[in-house]
Design a protein around this ligand. Structure first.
Ligand code: KG4
Ligand code: ZN
Length: 358
């Protein structure tokens, strides 16, 4: 297939991002530029992302971020093959800013638009970074999602398990808040856990050992709250509680992933050394990465895990999903809608336009 060069835009949460990626499926692709502007300082006083603040900050930043992405790539807009933008799921105001900007750029340059499902972009990132072939087993762990999926093709996923309550990133963020740590909590818990003894506190392991591969984290969060708000809890014990929480999350993820590995093997008996892929912001966590790498080695799966900077939200993954879809002629009309909710299972295997239609 001919190489594709795509400008990607990402604005579904609190990062305003633009990137230019060139490549050909199954990858790896070449990241010509990858600009991520975090709005952390603007949301910090509120202890979480405020949708209205996010949308306004995206509007203020997006034009300059696009210019920088094209500049660093050394390309004019006219030199890209398509413009890809996140069309959901996410905070609707932010998604609209990125998608509308993408439409305007596509229209102005006479290039096709590709409306990207943010989760599909996370799911395909290991092809951008590692060139992994379909099918593979994916553990998608982010702020809003926690799923185990068989990835068969673009828009073709088998769901093995998902969370019945909180997403794992949410559990990290809520635990961090209970411990008085700033948002986003994941990286701060990881840091604090390095100095802690994971064995000092015993926490529950919801759904561990149960049939299927679903997750549950709300009981864990409640247990952390009871300890952290208890009369005997001292500042000096925070690192131990963070370490216990992270070790428990790893234990739950390991148990559930092992169950999904068995399901994947039944579904794809002819895949000799199947790949195990992690994606989403929580996959940036080194302790979780190395724990799940050990599981993959034990279970005969080859680990293919993107570098941390491609696990957290970025636009290179959006551009790459655009490369994969664009190469197949899966384009979308300029009337494509922004969606707050958009489950991965509904990501169309076919674009809403046929090949070559701008
Ligand atoms: O994929 P992402 O950047 O945004 C969403 O699409 O949700 O994921 C953000 C989530 C947040 O909950 C954040 O706390 C978590 O990923 N996260 C981490 C780490 N880095 C980010 N969780 C644990 N350890 C980390 N190092
Ligand atoms: Zn994400």
């Amino acid at each position: 297939m001919r190489e594709f060069t795509v400008l990607g835009l990402e604005t579904s949460c609190d990062e305003t991002a633009a990137a230019v990626v060139r490549g050909s499926a199954p990858g790896p692709g070449t990241i010509l530029s990858n600009i991520v502007l975090s709005q952390l300082d603007e949301h910090a006083p509120y202890g979480g992302v405020v949708p209205e603040i996010a949308a306004r900050a995206h509007i203020e930043a997006i034009d300059a971020i696009v210019e920088r992405a094209l500049g660093e790539a050394g390309l004019e807009l006219g030199a890209v093959d398509a413009v890809a933008a996140t069309a959901g799921p996410g905070l609707i105001g932010g998604v609209m800013v990125g998608l509308t900007t993408g439409k305007a750029l596509a229209l102005a340059a006479g290039k096709p638009l590709i409306a990207i499902n943010h989760l599909e972009a996370h799911a395909l990132t290991a092809r951008l970074s590692e060139g992994v072939e379909f099918p593979y087993l994916l553990l998608l762990i982010s702020g809003g999602h926690c799923q185990l999926l068989g990835v068969e093709d673009i828009g073709k996923f088998r769901l093995y398990g998902s969370t019945i309550d909180d997403a794992v990133g949410e559990a990290f963020d809520k635990t961090a808040k209970l411990l008085g740590l700033a948002y986003p909590g994941g990286p701060r818990i990881e840091q604090l856990a390095k100095d802690g003894n994971p064995k000092r506190f015993r926490l529950p392991h919801p759904l561990k050992g149960r049939a299927g591969a679903d997750f549950s984290f709300s009981g864990l969060k409640t247990a952390v709250r009871q300890i952290a708000k208890g009369p005997d809890f001292r500042e000096a014990q925070k690192a131990d509680l963070a370490a216990a929480f992270q070790a428990t999350v790893l234990d739950i993820l390991t148990d559930r992933t092992e169950a999904a590995m068995a399901m994947f093997r039944l579904d794809f008996p002819n895949t000799d050394s199947p790949a195990f892929v992690m994606a989403g912001g929580v996959a940036a966590n080194q302790a979780l990465r190395s724990g799940l790498e050990s599981l993959a080695a034990r279970a005969g799966f080859i680990k293919k895990i993107p570098p941390p900077r491609l696990c957290t939200d970025n636009a290179a993954m959006i551009a790459w999903a655009g490369v994969e879809r664009g190469q197949r002629g899966l384009f979308d009309p300029l009337g494509a809608t922004a969606r707050a909710r958009w489950p991965l299972q509904d990501a169309p295997a076919r674009g809403s336009l046929t090949a070559g239609t701008p």
